[in-house]
Design a protein around this ligand. Structure first.
Ligand SMILES: Cc1cc2nc3c(=O)[nH]c(=O)nc-3n(C[C@H](O)[C@H](O)[C@H](O)COP(=O)(O)OP(=O)(O)OC[C@H]3O[C@@H](n4cnc5c(N)ncnc54)[C@H](O)[C@@H]3O)c2cc1C
Ligand SMILES: *[C@@H]1O[C@H](CO)[C@@H](O)[C@H](O)[C@H]1NC(C)=O
Ligand SMILES: *[C@@H]1O[C@H](CO)[C@@H](O)[C@H](O)[C@H]1NC(C)=O
Ligand SMILES: *[C@@H]1O[C@H](CO)[C@@H](O)[C@H](O)[C@H]1NC(C)=O
Ligand SMILES: *[C@@H]1O[C@H](CO)[C@@H](O)[C@H](O)[C@H]1NC(C)=O
Ligand SMILES: *[C@@H]1O[C@H](CO)[C@@H](O)[C@H](O)[C@H]1NC(C)=O
Length: 534
């Protein structure tokens, strides 16, 4: 019944469009027909398919794309965007992409740093399967758990939890527009990681579509594949339909603060001290440092470096002030710097929403800002000496709009072994650095200039970063990795081992083994997908 409906619609479309004879044999039309044949899809083309000829194509393509660099006209565009309305449509999209020999890109929240959820530089035609319409969330308070479909944002997940309980939460990302689907595939850290670990450490089940188009859960996929999808990076093993999360207990009152210190305030010495305490202090305290360049308050036309201590404490203000006075008096935290609030309010605070924004804003699933950007990451295991910091400031002051975020580890992060999940950056890490450079024009020369700057900065940091391997966070995907001239560029496996060891350390080998078993034809393939053993 449903499928005959669909064929009728197809016929009408062919009739309508055959006069201009554009669509009947095109990739979009074939894909549409295949989806109709392999699922219960019975709506018209325009309800879920978008081609570059459609007026709404760019609106959909742009909608969740977070890095404007990846939308520039020179960047390859898909033949088609498909927005499945049901889970069987996702299964059909795998079957059809395979049948039509199309590359498939899957997108949940669109925050990939290199845009690989919506662009492909691999040369062959590609389609985007965008899960934005699959965003259901079910919270089960009796069981302290929640199921969320891949297209939901983390902000929506947090909201739905807080709607049912003021003392339950989930430890994942700080930016509320992240898609839960892609986010958890790489680790998912946030302001409760020192207390509870990462998102992947708190996931207890998943539904996934494999390379054969079959839906598997934890039991039917087995513990190897369930291990691999919790940190092995997006789109290498299948399409996540939904994650089941174990909720964690949060206090009804938490405390936040943001304390800025510029170089004139003695930022260098304070940050040096932060490196001695941030990973050892009470594990309910997450004190990240956001570093950028600002205008000097009193000297017109001069700039300085600002380090802002942006923090969440899982407890009340009095306890926080006592801990800070004991362990980090150099920051000079006082009563007037700190604010008590509920956990969900702290989510909005840390994400950067204006004070008193109602939490319902999270249901819009929108991001607060978009930029053109390039980013990189490092893990730091020895404090960076003051001279090292000064060299860093010099370089930041030479760039238009640099940004760094220093993220403390320790606590629960050090209690989980490196091989528990594919995410290996655990014991011994003091903090992670994220480097960014931002700009706001679709200009290729400008892009080249800023990308060059960040590559030089990364070189400068070599001697302060982790070594053998120089580790990197897979969710801060960086296509520069593995591209250096010492690697045999003729061997994609040799290249993959370079970024593989940085992202996953010894877990890379196990990821390759699992990939070889579950996707031997390498259907789920992208610029940095886990390779099949050759
Ligand atoms: C502004 C910003 C803030 C961030 N903040 C944090 C943070 O606080 N903590 C943190 O850990 N990370 C953070 N990240 C990084 C973020 O975790 C990754 O970019 C993550 O991959 C985003 O997931 P997504 O679904 O939004 O992105 P997408 O671009 O949709 O997907 C990312 C990758 O996963 C694949 N993928 C997407 N959906 C699926 C699926 N359903 N099944 C299988 N593969 C899939 C994509 O193909 C792509 O390879 C941030 C990124 C940005 C841009
Ligand atoms: C989509 O983004 C591109 C690049 O930023 C821009 O040129 C275009 O106007 C946008 N289109 C829509 C409909 O948002
Ligand atoms: C900080 O600790 C010192 C002792 O180490 C104590 O004298 C002082 O009163 C404390 N200050 C605050 C604000 O708690
Ligand atoms: C980590 O392990 C140590 C030592 O067993 C323990 O004292 C600490 O409470 C643990 N931290 C967390 C967050 O579980
Ligand atoms: C790569 O292949 C090309 C041609 O096939 C060859 O000339 C070159 O030496 C090879 N490079 C390496 C590093 O093996
Ligand atoms: C996929 O299907 C093929 C052929 O039916 C089968 O041999 C293979 O085991 C299946 N793979 C998975 C991962 O289910």
């Amino acid at each position: 019944m449903a499928s005959s409906n669909c064929i009728m619609v197809t016929l009408i479309i062919i009739l309508l469009w055959s006069s201009s004879s554009v669509l009947s044999d095109t990739i979009p039309e074939k894909f549409y027909q295949c989806i109709c044949k392999n699922s219960d899809f019975s709506d018209s083309f325009s309800t879920a398919f978008y081609t570059p000829n459609d007026a709404s194509f760019n609106t959909i393509l742009n909608s969740t794309a977070q890095n404007l660099r990846c939308l520039m006209p020179s960047v390859p565009k898909p033949e088609l965007i498909f927005t499945p309305l049901t889970e069987p449509h996702v299964q059909a999209s795998v079957i059809c992409a395979k049948q039509l020999n199309l590359q498939l890109r899957v997108r949940s929240g669109g925050h990939d740093y290199e845009g690989i959820s919506y662009i492909s530089e691999m040369g062959s035609p590609f389609v985007i399967v965008d899960l934005l319409k699959l965003r259901g969330i079910e919270v089960n308070i009796e069981e302290n758990s929640a199921w969320a479909q891949a297209g939901a944002t983390v902000g929506e997940v947090y909201y739905r939890i807080s709607e049912k309980s003021k003392t339950l939460g989930f430890p994942a990302g700080l930016c509320t527009s992240l898609g839960i689907g892609g986010h958890i595939t790489g680790g998912a850290y946030g302001s409760m990681m020192r207390k509870f670990g990462l998102g992947v450490d708190n996931v207890i089940d998943a539904h996934i579509v494999n390379a054969n188009g079959t839906i598997l859960d934890r039991q039917s996929m087995g513990e190897d594949l369930f291990w691999a999808i919790r940190g092995g990076g997006g789109a290498s093993f299948g399409i996540i339909l939904s994650w089941k999360m174990k909720l964690v207990t949060v206090p009804s009152i938490v405390t936040v603060f943001t304390v800025p210190k510029t170089l004139e305030d003695g930022a260098t010495k304070i940050l040096y001290k932060w490196q001695q305490v941030a990973d050892k202090i009470d594990d309910g305290l997450f004190m990240r440092v956001v570093i950028n360049v600002v205008d000097k308050k009193d000297v017109k036309g001069e700039r300085t470096v600002q380090t802002a201590y942006n923090s969440l404490f899982l407890g009340n203000a009095e306890t926080l002030l006592r801990i800070m006075n004991e362990s980090f008096p150099e920051l000079g935290l006082t009563q007037k710097d700190v604010t008590e609030m509920s956990w969900i309010e702290s989510i909005l605070y840390i994400a950067g929403y204006a004070n008193n924004t109602p939490p319902e804003v999270l249901l819009q699933g929108k991001s607060l800002f978009k930029n053109y950007f390039k980013a990189k990451s490092d893990f730091i295991k020895e404090p960076i000496p003051e001279t090292g910091l000064e060299g860093l400031w010099k370089r930041l002051l030479e760039e238009d709009s640099p940004l760094m975020i220093w993220n403390p580890y320790g606590g629960m992060m050090a209690n989980i072994s490196e091989s528990d999940t594919p995410f290996p950056h655990r014991k011994g890490v003091i903090f992670k650095i994220q480097y960014l450079t931002l700009w706001n024009q679709p200009d290729q020369e400008l892009a080249t200039k800023h990308v060059d700057w960040i590559r030089k900065l990364y070189n400068y940091m070599t001697s302060y970063a982790s070594m053998y391997p120089r580790e990197a966070y897979v969710n801060y995907r960086d296509l520069d990795l593995g591209m250096n001239k010492n690697v045999n560029r003729n061997s994609s496996f040799a290249q993959a081992s370079v970024w593989g060891n940085k992202y996953f350390k010894n877990n890379f080998n196990r990821l390759v083994q699992i990939k070889t078993i579950v996707d031997p034809e390498n259907f789920f393939k992208h610029e940095q997908s886990i390779p099949v053993k050759g």
